[in-house]
Ligand binder design. Sequence first.
Ligand code: OAD
Length: 257
Amino acid sequence: MSTPPPQPDPHADALARARDLLATARHVCVLTGAGISAESGIPTFRSSMNALWKDFDPATLATPQAFAADPERVTRWYDHRRLGCLAAQPNPAHLALATLERRLRARNADFTLLTQNVDGLHRRAGSTNLHELHGSILSWRCTVTARSIDPPPTPFERFPPPSPFDPAGLLRPNVVWFGEMLPEDALIAADEAARTCDVMLVVGTAAEVFPAAGFIELAARHGARVIEVNPEATAFSRFADAKLRGKAGELLPEMVG
Ligand code: OAD
Protein backbone atom coordinates (compact mmCIF):
# COMPACT_ATOMS: atom_id res chain seq x y z
CA MET A 1 0.00 0.00 0.00
CA SER A 2 1.45 3.41 -0.94
CA THR A 3 1.63 6.17 1.67
CA PRO A 4 -0.69 9.12 0.97
CA PRO A 5 1.04 12.30 -0.27
CA PRO A 6 1.75 14.82 2.53
CA GLN A 7 -1.12 17.24 3.04
CA PRO A 8 -0.38 20.98 3.06
CA ASP A 9 -0.41 22.38 6.59
CA PRO A 10 -1.73 25.96 6.30
CA HIS A 11 -0.67 26.79 9.86
CA ALA A 12 2.93 25.64 9.38
CA ASP A 13 3.10 27.45 6.04
CA ALA A 14 1.81 30.72 7.53
CA LEU A 15 4.17 30.45 10.49
CA ALA A 16 7.18 29.81 8.22
CA ARG A 17 6.18 32.73 5.99
CA ALA A 18 5.81 35.05 9.00
CA ARG A 19 9.20 33.99 10.38
CA ASP A 20 10.87 34.64 7.02
CA LEU A 21 9.31 38.08 6.77
CA LEU A 22 10.43 39.04 10.30
CA ALA A 23 13.94 37.64 9.78
CA THR A 24 14.67 39.94 6.84
CA ALA A 25 12.57 43.00 7.79
CA ARG A 26 14.20 46.42 8.00
CA HIS A 27 11.28 48.03 9.83
CA VAL A 28 8.51 46.10 11.58
CA CYS A 29 5.40 48.07 12.55
CA VAL A 30 3.01 46.26 14.90
CA LEU A 31 -0.63 47.18 15.50
CA THR A 32 -2.26 45.56 18.51
CA GLY A 33 -5.80 45.53 19.86
CA ALA A 34 -7.73 44.11 22.77
CA GLY A 35 -7.17 40.50 21.67
CA ILE A 36 -3.50 40.58 22.72
CA SER A 37 -4.55 41.27 26.32
CA ALA A 38 -7.37 38.71 26.36
CA GLU A 39 -5.00 36.06 27.73
CA SER A 40 -4.03 38.48 30.54
CA GLY A 41 -7.69 38.38 31.57
CA ILE A 42 -8.65 41.89 30.48
CA PRO A 43 -12.17 41.98 29.02
CA THR A 44 -12.49 43.79 25.69
CA PHE A 45 -15.12 46.41 25.01
CA ARG A 46 -16.89 43.99 22.74
CA SER A 47 -16.75 40.93 24.99
CA SER A 48 -19.39 40.38 27.67
CA MET A 49 -18.98 42.64 30.66
CA ASN A 50 -18.57 41.15 34.12
CA ALA A 51 -21.51 40.98 36.51
CA LEU A 52 -20.86 44.27 38.28
CA TRP A 53 -20.98 46.25 35.07
CA LYS A 54 -23.26 44.13 32.91
CA ASP A 55 -25.87 46.89 32.72
CA PHE A 56 -23.31 49.40 31.45
CA ASP A 57 -22.90 49.88 27.73
CA PRO A 58 -19.28 50.94 27.02
CA ALA A 59 -20.29 52.76 23.86
CA THR A 60 -22.45 55.10 25.95
CA LEU A 61 -19.93 55.44 28.82
CA ALA A 62 -16.82 56.17 26.77
CA THR A 63 -17.91 59.60 25.61
CA PRO A 64 -17.35 63.19 26.77
CA GLN A 65 -21.14 63.56 26.91
CA ALA A 66 -21.48 60.66 29.37
CA PHE A 67 -18.77 62.17 31.58
CA ALA A 68 -20.44 65.60 31.53
CA ALA A 69 -23.83 64.08 32.35
CA ASP A 70 -22.71 61.69 35.10
CA PRO A 71 -19.02 62.01 36.03
CA GLU A 72 -19.43 59.80 39.10
CA ARG A 73 -20.76 56.84 37.12
CA VAL A 74 -18.16 57.17 34.35
CA THR A 75 -15.18 57.56 36.73
CA ARG A 76 -16.32 54.64 38.90
CA TRP A 77 -16.40 52.43 35.81
CA TYR A 78 -12.97 53.60 34.62
CA ASP A 79 -11.46 53.22 38.10
CA HIS A 80 -12.73 49.64 38.21
CA ARG A 81 -11.09 48.96 34.83
CA ARG A 82 -7.87 50.79 35.87
CA LEU A 83 -7.45 48.52 38.90
CA GLY A 84 -8.15 45.45 36.72
CA CYS A 85 -5.38 46.50 34.32
CA LEU A 86 -2.92 47.07 37.18
CA ALA A 87 -3.74 43.63 38.62
CA ALA A 88 -3.21 41.92 35.24
CA GLN A 89 0.19 40.70 34.05
CA PRO A 90 1.73 40.90 30.56
CA ASN A 91 1.30 37.55 28.80
CA PRO A 92 3.70 35.69 26.44
CA ALA A 93 2.44 37.73 23.45
CA HIS A 94 3.40 41.07 25.06
CA LEU A 95 6.78 39.58 26.05
CA ALA A 96 7.39 38.22 22.54
CA LEU A 97 6.91 41.70 21.04
CA ALA A 98 9.42 43.15 23.52
CA THR A 99 11.87 40.40 22.50
CA LEU A 100 11.24 41.14 18.81
CA GLU A 101 12.03 44.82 19.38
CA ARG A 102 15.36 43.95 21.07
CA ARG A 103 16.30 41.52 18.27
CA LEU A 104 15.56 44.03 15.52
CA ARG A 105 17.48 46.78 17.27
CA ALA A 106 20.45 44.43 17.70
CA ARG A 107 20.70 44.18 13.91
CA ASN A 108 19.97 47.89 13.33
CA ALA A 109 16.43 47.36 12.09
CA ASP A 110 13.48 49.47 13.25
CA PHE A 111 10.49 48.53 15.36
CA THR A 112 7.38 50.59 16.03
CA LEU A 113 4.53 49.36 18.20
CA LEU A 114 1.12 50.99 17.79
CA THR A 115 -1.48 49.87 20.30
CA GLN A 116 -5.16 50.62 20.66
CA ASN A 117 -5.03 49.24 24.19
CA VAL A 118 -5.08 51.51 27.21
CA ASP A 119 -3.97 48.84 29.71
CA GLY A 120 -0.23 49.62 29.91
CA LEU A 121 0.79 45.96 29.44
CA HIS A 122 3.13 46.56 26.48
CA ARG A 123 5.18 49.06 28.48
CA ARG A 124 5.29 46.72 31.46
CA ALA A 125 6.45 43.90 29.17
CA GLY A 126 9.44 46.03 28.08
CA SER A 127 8.40 47.52 24.72
CA THR A 128 9.94 50.96 24.30
CA ASN A 129 9.13 52.44 20.86
CA LEU A 130 5.46 52.37 21.76
CA HIS A 131 2.59 54.67 20.78
CA GLU A 132 -0.65 54.36 22.73
CA LEU A 133 -3.13 55.55 20.11
CA HIS A 134 -6.09 55.55 22.51
CA GLY A 135 -4.19 56.83 25.56
CA SER A 136 -3.66 55.12 28.90
CA ILE A 137 -6.12 54.26 31.63
CA LEU A 138 -3.25 54.38 34.16
CA SER A 139 -2.90 58.14 33.65
CA TRP A 140 -5.62 60.66 34.64
CA ARG A 141 -5.77 64.35 33.86
CA CYS A 142 -7.27 67.48 35.35
CA THR A 143 -10.31 68.80 33.47
CA VAL A 144 -9.16 72.39 34.10
CA THR A 145 -5.35 72.39 33.79
CA ALA A 146 -4.88 69.23 31.65
CA ARG A 147 -2.00 68.21 33.96
CA SER A 148 -1.68 64.42 34.35
CA ILE A 149 -0.87 62.04 37.18
CA ASP A 150 -0.62 58.27 37.55
CA PRO A 151 -2.89 57.65 40.57
CA PRO A 152 -1.75 55.05 43.15
CA PRO A 153 -2.93 51.43 42.69
CA THR A 154 -5.83 51.83 45.11
CA PRO A 155 -9.42 52.93 44.41
CA PHE A 156 -10.09 56.65 44.40
CA GLU A 157 -11.65 57.78 47.69
CA ARG A 158 -14.22 60.08 46.08
CA PHE A 159 -16.18 59.93 42.84
CA PRO A 160 -15.75 61.80 40.65
CA PRO A 161 -12.15 62.19 41.88
CA PRO A 162 -11.24 65.83 42.61
CA SER A 163 -8.20 67.23 40.80
CA PRO A 164 -5.08 67.78 42.93
CA PHE A 165 -4.13 70.60 40.53
CA ASP A 166 -7.16 72.92 40.62
CA PRO A 167 -10.02 73.20 43.11
CA ALA A 168 -12.54 73.49 40.27
CA GLY A 169 -11.16 70.47 38.37
CA LEU A 170 -12.01 66.79 38.27
CA LEU A 171 -9.78 63.92 37.22
CA ARG A 172 -10.69 61.97 34.09
CA PRO A 173 -8.85 59.04 32.51
CA ASN A 174 -6.28 59.93 29.84
CA VAL A 175 -8.05 57.75 27.27
CA VAL A 176 -9.52 58.73 23.93
CA TRP A 177 -13.30 58.73 24.10
CA PHE A 178 -15.59 58.29 21.10
CA GLY A 179 -15.73 61.63 19.31
CA GLU A 180 -12.33 62.79 20.65
CA MET A 181 -9.09 63.27 18.69
CA LEU A 182 -6.25 60.79 19.02
CA PRO A 183 -3.03 62.24 20.51
CA GLU A 184 -1.34 64.14 17.68
CA ASP A 185 2.19 62.87 18.36
CA ALA A 186 0.97 59.24 18.29
CA LEU A 187 -0.94 59.85 15.05
CA ILE A 188 2.09 61.38 13.34
CA ALA A 189 4.34 58.53 14.49
CA ALA A 190 1.79 55.92 13.38
CA ASP A 191 1.37 57.48 9.95
CA GLU A 192 5.14 57.62 9.44
CA ALA A 193 5.63 54.02 10.61
CA ALA A 194 2.84 52.70 8.38
CA ARG A 195 4.33 54.43 5.33
CA THR A 196 7.91 53.27 5.95
CA CYS A 197 7.65 49.78 7.43
CA ASP A 198 8.28 46.73 5.26
CA VAL A 199 6.36 44.36 7.57
CA MET A 200 3.09 45.20 9.31
CA LEU A 201 2.18 42.73 12.08
CA VAL A 202 -1.47 43.03 13.16
CA VAL A 203 -2.36 41.26 16.42
CA GLY A 204 -5.71 40.84 18.17
CA THR A 205 -7.70 43.61 16.62
CA ALA A 206 -11.00 43.48 14.80
CA ALA A 207 -9.71 46.62 13.04
CA GLU A 208 -13.13 48.24 13.02
CA VAL A 209 -12.21 51.54 14.68
CA PHE A 210 -10.61 54.28 12.61
CA PRO A 211 -8.13 55.90 12.23
CA ALA A 212 -6.17 53.00 13.84
CA ALA A 213 -7.53 50.39 11.42
CA GLY A 214 -6.52 52.55 8.44
CA PHE A 215 -2.82 52.10 9.20
CA ILE A 216 -3.01 48.49 7.96
CA GLU A 217 -4.22 49.52 4.51
CA LEU A 218 -1.78 52.46 4.44
CA ALA A 219 1.14 50.10 5.10
CA ALA A 220 -0.07 47.60 2.49
CA ARG A 221 -0.47 50.38 -0.10
CA HIS A 222 3.14 51.43 0.57
CA GLY A 223 4.38 47.91 -0.11
CA ALA A 224 4.54 46.37 3.38
CA ARG A 225 3.89 42.67 3.83
CA VAL A 226 1.09 42.09 6.34
CA ILE A 227 1.02 39.34 8.99
CA GLU A 228 -2.25 38.85 10.88
CA VAL A 229 -2.57 37.00 14.22
CA ASN A 230 -6.19 36.54 15.21
CA PRO A 231 -8.40 33.48 15.88
CA GLU A 232 -10.94 34.97 13.47
CA ALA A 233 -10.85 36.57 10.04
CA THR A 234 -11.28 40.36 9.96
CA ALA A 235 -12.10 42.96 7.33
CA PHE A 236 -8.34 43.40 6.86
CA SER A 237 -7.45 39.73 6.41
CA ARG A 238 -7.50 40.31 2.66
CA PHE A 239 -4.30 42.38 2.99
CA ALA A 240 -2.47 39.63 4.88
CA ASP A 241 0.39 37.66 3.30
CA ALA A 242 0.48 35.39 6.36
CA LYS A 243 -2.69 34.70 8.35
CA LEU A 244 -2.11 32.95 11.68
CA ARG A 245 -5.37 31.75 13.17
CA GLY A 246 -5.08 31.24 16.91
CA LYS A 247 -4.22 32.89 20.19
CA ALA A 248 -1.57 35.59 20.29
CA GLY A 249 -0.10 34.20 23.53
CA GLU A 250 0.68 30.92 21.77
CA LEU A 251 1.50 32.11 18.25
CA LEU A 252 3.73 35.14 18.89
CA PRO A 253 6.31 33.24 20.97
CA GLU A 254 6.37 30.58 18.21
CA MET A 255 6.82 33.24 15.55
CA VAL A 256 9.49 35.26 17.34
CA GLY A 257 11.24 32.17 18.71
P1 OAD B 1 -12.14 44.26 19.55
O1 OAD B 1 -12.80 43.81 20.82
O2 OAD B 1 -12.95 44.93 18.52
O3 OAD B 1 -11.45 43.02 18.83
C1 OAD B 1 -10.67 42.09 19.51
C2 OAD B 1 -10.09 41.13 18.48
O4 OAD B 1 -9.21 40.25 19.17
C3 OAD B 1 -11.10 40.26 17.75
O5 OAD B 1 -10.85 40.32 16.36
C4 OAD B 1 -10.84 38.85 18.29
O6 OAD B 1 -11.05 37.83 17.29
C5 OAD B 1 -9.37 38.95 18.66
N1 OAD B 1 -8.93 38.02 19.73
C6 OAD B 1 -9.63 37.55 20.77
N2 OAD B 1 -8.88 36.76 21.56
C7 OAD B 1 -7.63 36.75 20.99
C8 OAD B 1 -6.38 36.13 21.32
N3 OAD B 1 -6.23 35.36 22.41
N4 OAD B 1 -5.33 36.35 20.51
C9 OAD B 1 -5.44 37.13 19.39
N5 OAD B 1 -6.59 37.75 19.04
C10 OAD B 1 -7.67 37.56 19.82
O7 OAD B 1 -10.93 45.15 20.04
P2 OAD B 1 -10.08 46.23 19.27
O8 OAD B 1 -9.89 45.86 17.84
O9 OAD B 1 -8.87 46.48 20.12
O10 OAD B 1 -11.45 52.19 21.10
O11 OAD B 1 -10.99 47.50 19.35
C11 OAD B 1 -10.44 48.71 18.90
C12 OAD B 1 -10.97 49.86 19.67
O12 OAD B 1 -12.39 49.80 19.72
C13 OAD B 1 -10.60 49.93 21.13
O13 OAD B 1 -9.31 50.47 21.35
C14 OAD B 1 -11.63 50.86 21.65
C15 OAD B 1 -12.81 50.16 21.05
O14 OAD B 1 -13.96 50.77 20.95
C16 OAD B 1 -11.56 53.28 21.90
O15 OAD B 1 -11.73 53.21 23.09
C17 OAD B 1 -11.41 54.58 21.17
